[in-house]
Design a protein around this ligand. Structure first.
Ligand code: AMP
Length: 293
């Protein structure tokens, strides 16, 4: 595995492989990698000839009171994990090269970023879209893989790619979970042992709602209430939102008619966690869909 830090060198590498007719697969990350990230690398490798993973803790996507300064980092371990996963290039751009003096451009994706996480993190998705657009221009991938864990991010990137005409296939990969159901996340490292146990309530809330839908319930208010009951029964958890939305537009729905996204965010102590699953009315659809694994 090569490590590239220089953005011009990254572009030259991409140009060389494109000229040779190779398909470039790309997985952008903020590092502190876990099995969820590595599943994206495996998916990118399946769909390409050469693969790039980036690690860049993007200051633009953190709000003023968020965890940029203490975001977990372990470059040595990440580099070994990516090497073991068969990544061809680890791209490690520096903040000063990504956002040099005078940088003043942003990509704003409008409607899909206003609800869910966008409501409490109003500048987050602009930071995500801007950095991903720039990374796309540096890595020049044919295919880019994103996790369904950050479902609103995936929808935002799909929208940006369609709206701005990026010639890139955007692939959504399933959520990888711990054995007890907690979605893997770099931020799980913040959880104290009691908080880690409490964090299971997100998965239990999703499953309570899924069970109701499997039993034939279609009413969004009752389904969301079932998830909220589980979250509010956990003393260490504070719900940020629990919402049923259309998985493409992210607009709220009043009933589960086809595949519907149940998205939740909750604070466990000082750590904000998100999770989701796609629910479907078994009677209407013939099956319940779950993005969890
Ligand atoms: P991050 O490093 O948190 O910015 O995440 C980088 C990529 O990994 C994003 O596309 C995430 O959606 C994805 N990801 C994070 N956690 C998981 C998980 N548990 N399962 C699958 N993908 C994930």
């Amino acid at each position: 595995m090569d490590t590239i830090t220089d953005i011009r060198e990254m572009q030259r590498w991409a140009d060389d492989h494109r000229r040779a007719g190779r398909r470039i697969g790309f997985v952008p990350t903020m590092g502190y990698l876990h099995a969820g990230h590595l599943s994206l690398v495996a998916e990118a490798r399946r769909r390409s000839d050469v693969s790039v993973a980036s690690i860049f803790v993007n200051p633009l996507q953190f709000g003023a009171n968020e965890d940029l300064a203490r975001y977990p980092r372990d470059l040595e371990r990440d580099s070994a994990a990516l090497h073991g996963a068969g990544t061809d290039v680890l791209f490690l751009p520096e903040v000063g090269a990504m956002y040099p003096e005078g940088f003043q451009t942003a990509v704003t994706v409008e409607r899909v970023t206003t609800g869910l996480c966008g409501a409490s993190r109003p500048t987050h998705f602009r930071g995500v879209a801007t950095v991903v657009a720039k990374l796309f221009n540096l890595v020049k991938p044919h295919v880019a893989v994103f996790g369904c864990k950050d479902f609103q991010q995936l929808v935002t990137i799909r929208r940006m790619v369609a709206d701005l005409g990026f010639d890139i296939d955007v692939v959504g990969a399933p959520i990888v979970r711990e054995p007890d159901g907690l979605a893997m996340s770099s931020r799980n490292a913040y959880l104290a042992p009691a908080e880690r146990r409490a964090a299971r309530c997100l998965w239990r809330a999703l499953m309570a709602a899924a069970a109701l839908v499997d039993g034939g319930e279609t009413d969004a208010v009752r389904i969301v209430a079932a998830a909220q009951r589980v979250l509010s029964a956990e003393p260490l958890a504070r719900t940020d939102y629990a919402e049923l939305v259309d998985p493409d537009s992210l607009e709220p729905v009043s009933a589960v008619r086809g595949p519907t996204l149940l998205a939740i965010a909750a604070r466990i102590g000082g750590t904000r966690l998100i999770d989701n699953c796609v629910l479907a009315n078994r009677r209407a659809e013939g099956s319940a869909v779950d993005t969890s694994n």
